[in-house]
Design a protein around this ligand. Structure first.
Ligand SMILES: Cc1cc2nc3c(=O)[nH]c(=O)nc-3n(C[C@H](O)[C@H](O)[C@H](O)COP(=O)(O)OP(=O)(O)OC[C@H]3O[C@@H](n4cnc5c(N)ncnc54)[C@H](O)[C@@H]3O)c2cc1C
Length: 408
């Protein structure tokens, strides 16, 4: 029997079968397990006992970052030739998940440092730039900061106004940047500025590598959560830079930014999974301990269903994250997979951290338990490195074969 020809049948067949590649190898390698265990032990011993205090005091945990550097986790997926540990991208994602399970602020500090600064320098830098800028970052001697967003250019990053005007054999950079994670403590800044004022939008943007001496931090943001991370505003006041600080080609900065965010989103998705896992762990333990109407609340079907949904959604998100990380590691297209992982994992984390509070009842709403912190920390994963609305836009354009968006 043959099906009658229909135009939509032909269109459906255009979807390449590799789009459904299930990537069914669920085993982590011994090295990945070892790195995961290293990060987990570190978090148990040196993060979990302090996370509530860091949150309450809005304290940037410099000592924890120094320990992460000792363990080689500030450049875990950076090639050994440039001072990194030489592990793969999935190993790095496992580290972010574990760190965020203990403290999501520490998670984003390491995520921005690694995938938004160090890795683009490895990927787009000249050999001279790699040798000069990457080792101090990979060894954790310096922190990296990524400066794309401006007061009037967030999702629409191509509208950025910071300008780099020609000056001799280089440029003079002037402008202001907002929401710079790590800004106050960073030594290396990946900063995007407009080199061609005649080309509006993404076309006239270039990427530069700046030092702390080129920028001035003007204030730190007060946030709903992620209180152990620092998020700063900064200005660049006519900083003079030579050609040696131009990353990739002039006018190709937006490509650098988009490629960076494609990978960075996988890290943020891992952060969301880590936060949700932490909330689940607390909620499950509490449900077995807490009694109401003469029995543990875990015996009520309503609570069981919440825990079942949490566990299922965390599993689903984790699989999306690991798939995206594996595609990136293999050098395959990962824009769509990364956006799906970030979209699902972040919305799942927001939903399920709220459910964790519900399982703990009134105690969940207090500082006595960490679930209210998880809830506050989870929310931002739906916003930075591209909001959920932008992730849907990215996914829709990929599956419809439309042009890449000019938004992050
Ligand atoms: C804690 C924190 C840390 C951050 N760290 C960094 C950092 O290190 N470096 C950096 O450069 N930036 C950073 N950001 C900035 C972050 O990436 C932006 O906040 C984010 O991209 C959204 O931009 P916006 O806040 O200007 O929102 P807007 O772009 O103004 O968006 C407002 C609303 O409009 C929606 N919207 C916008 N455009 C569209 C569209 N085309 N279709 C549908 N909906 C749309 C958005 O989804 C959102 O709901 C950080 C932000 C936070 C909160």
């Amino acid at each position: 029997m043959s099906l009658p020809a229909r135009p939509w049948c032909a269109a459906a067949r255009l979807t390449p079968p590799e789009a459904y590649d299930p990537l069914v190898d669920f085993e982590l390698t011994p090295e990945q397990r070892e790195i995961q265990a290293l990060a987990r032990d570190f978090v148990r011993q040196e993060v979990e006992p302090h996370a509530a205090e860091w949150d309450r005091e809005r304290r940037f945990p410099r000592e924890a970052l120094a320990r992460l550097a000792d363990l080689g986790l500030m450049g875990v997926c950076v090639p050994e030739a440039y001072g990194g540990a030489g592990a793969d991208f999935l190993s790095y994602v496992l580290v972010l998940e574990e760190l965020s399970r203990g403290d999501a602020g520490l998670g984003v500090t390491v995520a921005v440092h690694t995938s938004a600064v160090t890795l683009p320098l490895v990927r787009f830098g000249s050999e001279e730039q790699r040798a000069r800028f990457v080792p101090p970052l990979a060894r954790g001697e310096q922190l990296g900061a990524f400066c794309l967003t401006e007061p009037e250019a967030g999702s629409d990053a191509g509208a950025l106004r910071t300008r780099a005007e020609p000056d001799g054999d280089g440029w003079r950079i002037t402008g202001s940047k907002q929401w710079v994670t790590n800004g106050r403590y960073a030594g290396t800044f990946l900063l995007f500025a407009r080199t061609d004022p005649q080309t509006p939008g993404p076309g006239g943007v270039s990427a530069f590598v700046l030092d702390a001496g080129h920028v001035r931090i003007t204030r730190d943001e007060e946030k709903l959560g992620l209180n152990s991370s620092v998020t700063s505003d900064l200005v660049v006041e006519g900083a003079r830079v030579g050609r040696d600080r131009l990353l990739h080609e002039e006018g190709k900065g937006f490509h650098v930014a988009m490629a960076t965010l494609d990978a960075g989103r996988i890290g943020i998705a891992a952060q969301a999974v880590g936060i949700a896992q932490a909330a689940f762990d607390v909620a499950r333990a509490y449900a077995k301990e807490r009694h109401a109407f003469g029995r543990a609340i875990a015996e009520f079907q309503a609570i069981q269903h919440k825990l079942a949904d949490m566990s299922t959604e965390i599993d689903a998100a984790r699989l999306l994250v690991y798939r995206a990380a594996m595609l990136k590691e293999r050098g395959e297209p990962h824009t769509e997979a990364g956006a799906k992982a970030k979209l699902y994992a972040s919305e799942m984390a927001r939903r399920q951290t709220a459910e964790a509070i519900q399982i703990l009842g009134g105690y969940g709403y207090t500082k006595e338990f960490p679930v209210e912190r998880y809830y506050r920390d989870a929310k931002v994963t739906e916003i930075y490195e591209g909001t959920s609305e932008i992730q849907r836009l990215v996914i829709a354009r990929q599956i419809l074969g439309l042009h890449a968006p000019a938004a992050v």
